[in-house]
Design a protein around this ligand. Structure first.
Ligand code: B16
Ligand code: MG
Length: 217
């Protein structure tokens, strides 16, 4: 059996932290009189914290100094972290554990490839940290998706060729990053949005054991 690299995005793939990001950003937006909707929140998927703030300020045409921006970034993260305090195993998205267990049983390389700087505590609180051989997150990369840096670094740390790597992603930028890295891209979400992916599933409950076995080869 060959050994492949299976690289997972975090938010929208393993857990749904987007709802907490939304609540925290909404507080900042409200304090600045910016109308920030659930639809707008889609623009922040897979995007770094700094870029997310710029997008929100852009929505309200708000100009700010670097000092103000730094202050809002700190506030947003403190508020976001307060929502994570009660997080537990129940927040792992349906079907994810089954796939992680299967990959572990088959001795495959498992990595995280996320833009979040809070990835480790989230994996710890939700009880899945021990499945991951390698974690590459927002603290380890300088180029955001669609730049493939995060996934290439994960494959490199696993000592597995990018061509033998598979990426699970819920964002368009993440799918593009996987494709640029010449990895197999698996979109988790809507087909209309993730059509650039090699394979698309609505969620992990739709992924059959046989599909994973085929990927392993
Ligand atoms: P943090 P992912 C991303 O996670 C989120 O999708 C995105 O909305 C967020 O702004 C980004 O992490 C940074 O998160 O503020 O925790 O550093 O989808 O790449 O796992
Ligand atoms: Mg994501």
């Amino acid at each position: 059996m060959s050994k492949k690299a299976f690289i997972f995005d975090l938010d929208g793939v393993i857990v749904d932290t987007a709802k907490y990001h939304f609540l925290a950003w909404q507080k900042i937006a409200k304090s600045l009189n910016i109308n920030f909707t659930h639809e707008d929140n889609e623009l922040l998927k897979g995007v770094s914290r700094v870029r997310s703030l710029d997008i929100i300020l852009g929505l309200g045409n708000v100009q700010a100094t670097q000092e103000q921006k730094d202050q809002w970034l700190i506030q947003k993260n403190e508020d976001y972290l307060s929502y994570l305090v009660d997080m537990d195993e129940s927040e792992v998205l349906p079907g994810v554990l089954k796939v992680l267990k299967l990959l572990k049983d088959k001795n495959q390389g498992i990595a995280l490839g996320s833009a979040s700087k809070n990835a480790r505590p989230i994996l710890e609180k939700t009880g899945v940290l021990s499945y991951f051989d390698v974690i590459v997150d927002g603290n380890d990369v300088s180029n955001a998706k669609p730049d493939p840096e995060v996934f290439l670094k994960a494959a490199q740390l696993l000592k597995i060729d990018p061509k033998n790597s598979i990426v699970f992603e819920d964002s368009v930028a993440g799918i593009q990053a996987a494709n640029i890295a010449e990895m197999v891209s698996v979109g988790i979400g809507e087909e209309t949005i993730l059509h650039e992916a090699d394979h698309i599933f609505k969620d992990f409950t739709q992924i059959e054991t046989s599909f994973i076995e085929e990927l392993i080869g």
